[in-house]
Design a protein around this ligand. Sequence first.
Ligand code: SAM
Length: 217
Amino acid sequence: MPTGSADHRDRGASIGIYNRGTLRVYDVGVLGVTNTLIWRCPTRTLVDHYRSHAGPAHLDIGPGTGYFLERIDSPWITMVDLNHASLAAAEARIGSGKQVERIQQSFFAPLGDERQFDSIGLNFLLHCIPGHAKWDRLAELRRHLRPGGTVFGSTVLPSPATANPAARLLNRTYNRVGVFGNAEDTMADLDAALAGMAGVRTRQVGQVALFSARRPE
Ligand SMILES: C[S@@+](CC[C@H](N)C(=O)[O-])C[C@H]1O[C@@H](n2cnc3c(N)ncnc32)[C@H](O)[C@@H]1O
């Protein structure tokens, strides 16, 4: 698969990686064990981040099992994911009483020009995507925020100086097998993608970079 091709960029949404079987163990394996012991960023920190930034009309890109969507109060949730198993699992998780829309497409595929949201969440999505084009796409997403709306999320950002041996090994292995595509990612890329927005905040907790930024009013 040629580097930079659409298929290559979207390899992290493969059904071989996220399917009913792997999604069943994702919450315990990744959110329960790996985040705390290996990435050193407890899932509680990510839940707090979600709860403090999700707005009433929320767009979630790469919802996975829906773990975070189950924990926010947004009454209108739109989900974008190329993987139908993730969309189905997340929708089942969100529960009744909320208006949910599923869009099965790539992170890179355009959304209708008219689509605007109070918040856009991208949690543990960017580290799945190889190459530099993801930063340009992240920068572009601000046009889908209402004035004052927030884009936020987190991504595993390797920090070799602070990584424990297990984190170094796991990140290397995930990049080698195509589950991750973050080997070249830097905090400077993330900062550049959010440049020009208001209230930009980026911080590193263990091996995870958390970010948030508002579209100026
Ligand atoms: C690691 S999971 C994160 C799930 C969830 N956000 C969480 O933090 O628990 C990555 C999700 O992003 C989706 N994904 C990965 N690459 C994608 C792409 N290029 N376009 C759309 N979805 C993608 C996967 O299908 C999966 O649902």
